[in-house]
Design a protein around this ligand. Sequence first.
Ligand code: ADP
Ligand code: MG
Length: 236
Amino acid sequence: MPFLLPNRYKGKLIVVEGIDGSGKSTQISLLSRWLRSRGLAVAFSEWNSSPLVRRTTRRGKKKEMFTPASFSLIHATDFADRLESYILPLVKAGAVVCADRYAYTAFARDVARGVSRRWVRNLYSFALRPDLCFYFRVPLDVALGRILGGRNAIKYYEAGMDLGLSRDLEESFRIFQGRILDEYEAMAGEAGFHIIDAALSIEEQQRQMRAVVRERIGEALDSQVLRLPEGIDETA
Ligand SMILES: Nc1ncnc2c1ncn2[C@@H]1O[C@H](COP(=O)(O)OP(=O)(O)O)[C@@H](O)[C@H]1O
Ligand SMILES: [Mg+2]
């Protein structure tokens, strides 16, 4: 994506993207553990986590007050705060930041919610371009099966219920996630995604991710990225 800013800092930014149930969280957690076990300074960043707007977001969602544009703007504000107060300082300091969802989530989801592609890309033009972005490609039914099997309630906005796609929550969720999947597929080339077949086993996907990491940023990890002094275990 030409308008994201290239990373000229010592640290690295690794991102996972894909629809709900594609296995992103499972894989990035395994990858960050592996990087940590190699002695690297690794931090973790999640979508929707900035304390600055958490309460407003929660309240707006509870009262079902968001329009597609205000939904997009509040998430961009959330992202800007997380980028500037957390991700950027860590990457500048030389850490590896592993992000569970990044700007591409907005590019896929907000467009699926009806805002224009150009508008939302412009909105995020201040974002740092990831060094690696893994996209977990999975058939809709496989992802839905994992999600619906694993938990009880789909939330209103997650299902795109405000868009009037269907009165049935599960049907709306299916249509909405299908649209998001189409957007991810449409941007895959432009965004330079490393596509992982997310229907494979957890172990095989992880093996492929590690191979890509070694090949693409292995040298920087060995020479440039911040290492923790021996004996310090961040996770302890
Ligand atoms: N390769 C896989 N095969 C089968 N089940 C998987 C696989 N990867 C993840 N899962 C399961 O699917 C569910 C969703 O995985 P998760 O990593 O939370 O996805 P996401 O973060 O993309 O929503 C979890 O219950 C997880 O254990
Ligand atoms: Mg997840």
